[in-house]
Design a protein around this ligand. Structure first.
Ligand SMILES: Nc1ncnc2c1ncn2[C@@H]1O[C@H](COP(=O)(O)OP(=O)(O)O)[C@@H](O)[C@H]1O
Ligand SMILES: [Mg+2]
Length: 371
């Protein structure tokens, strides 16, 4: 297989992976599936590397490797078959990226993963950039939890530092709670205690950063969660232009500091006082960016493909306002009615079993731009 890349040298032009090449994707979920669909439109092939059988991304990819992220032989074979590697899952072990990096460009790089995989790293990193977060403290046992509670107070949220998603690995602590129970509830894993923010709303910024450092943020959106899982995204978020510009600037500061190449999402709280606090980072395409497929000139998935292949970014401008609704578990059974709705853009992920809490698809309604 031909490689469209040349060795990286200081001051050399960006390393372009031209259409026709194969993009390797670590992770096989719906995010990888939508990356592969966008890549196909630009003439790329994708090779999905995923530990699980029949991954949603594999259904639309040219090739799939079914192996563990720590299987060195499988990773080496994979690296030989692709021109660039990206990931759709932020819990890919950092060692996997370290193993691949000498063999093939990996974009975004290991640093984005290292920071975003660990809630303590993530918040420390944000604060060092002058970005506010909820007060937090590391927790490694019940005495350190008690000390953190004495400092931060209640209500607070105890979260595992790693591997949490969709509200999993979290326990709310009220004044009357038993700290030992909360410690038990998060599986006694290294954790972080955070003050519970009394927010006005939750927003996010999905931003792309090209290989040459060009930034392209999508407009900030509002996210409503139900039971810790994203339920609905509204684009644009109903916030002032000043706050929107502040959120976009902050996202730019984050991707620049990480030297990130690709798409990244910053989740933020808008406090009751009107300020922004960072909640968390996702160093990848994000559920709150799905609306961009139907409402923007360039979707977050195409933007990611362009960035990791060293191509110029497209315009992140939206041609429409949008509301994106996740179809979780049995919600997917609404597909016949959604198909009959002329304003609804339906996306299904090809997952066989509609388990509770499982993201099965999403639907986006668009309407003319309001502003
Ligand atoms: N410190 C906090 N204060 C208030 N609400 C929070 C806080 N942390 C998390 N939440 C709520 O829980 C949701 C999920 O938490 P998050 O930290 O984003 O973890 P996950 O990785 O599961 O998305 C958030 O979107 C928000 O609604
Ligand atoms: Mg989150």
């Amino acid at each position: 297989m031909s490689r469209a890349t040349t060795p990286k040298a200081k001051g050399a032009p960006a390393l372009v992976i031209a259409p026709g090449a194969t993009i390797g994707i670590l992770g096989g979920g719906q995010l990888g599936r939508m990356i592969a669909l966008a890549a196909a439109r630009l003439g790329y092939r994708c090779h999905v590397f995923a530990p699980e059988g029949d991954p949603p991304a594999g259904q639309v990819a040219a090739a799939t490797t079914h192996a563990d992220y720590r299987d060195h032989a499988a990773l080496e074979r994979f690296a030989k078959q692709v021109s660039v590697v990206t990931y759709e899952f932020e819990n890919v072990p950092v060692e996997t990226v370290h193993l691949l990096e000498p063999l093939v460009p990996v974009r975004p790089g290991a640093r984005s993963l290292e920071i975003a995989q660990d809630r303590l790293n993530e918040k420390t990193f944000a604060n060092a950039l002058g970005i506010g977060t909820a007060s937090f403290a590391p927790v490694d046992d019940v005495p350190s939890l008690e000390a953190a509670l004495a400092r931060i107070g209640t209500p607070a949220i105890l979260k595992t530092r790693r591997l949490g998603y969709d509200g999993k690995g979290q326990a709310t602590i009220e004044a009357s709670s038993d700290p030992a129970e909360a410690w038990q509830a998060v599986g006694r894993a290294p954790a972080i205690l955070e003050a519970r923010v009394d927010f006005e709303r939750e927003i996010s910024v999905v931003i792309a950063r090209a290989l040459d450092g060009t930034l392209a943020p999508f407009v900030p959106v509002e996210n409503r969660h139900v039971g810790g899982i994203l339920d609905r995204t509204t684009a644009p978020a109903p916030i002032t232009p000043t706050l929107a510009a502040e959120a976009e600037e902050l996202a730019g500061r984050i991707v620049d500091a990480l030297d990130h190449v690709g798409v990244l999402c910053v989740e933020l709280f808008v406090s009751k006082a009107g300020g922004l606090l960072m909640n968390e980072l996702a160093p990848r395409v994000h559920n709150s960016g799905h609306w961009t497929i139907d409402a923007c000139g360039t979707s977050q998935f195409e933007q990611h493909v362009r960035a990791v292949c060293g191509l110029p970014l497209g315009s992140p401008e939206r041609h429409s306002d949008a509301v994106m609704q996740n179809l979780i578990g049995d919600d997917v059974e609404r597909w016949p009615a959604l198909l009959a709705d002329p304003g609804a853009h339906l996306h299904l992920y090809g997952k066989a079993e509609a388990r509770p809490g499982r993201k099965m698809g999403h639907v986006t309604w668009i309407k003319p731009r309001s502003s």
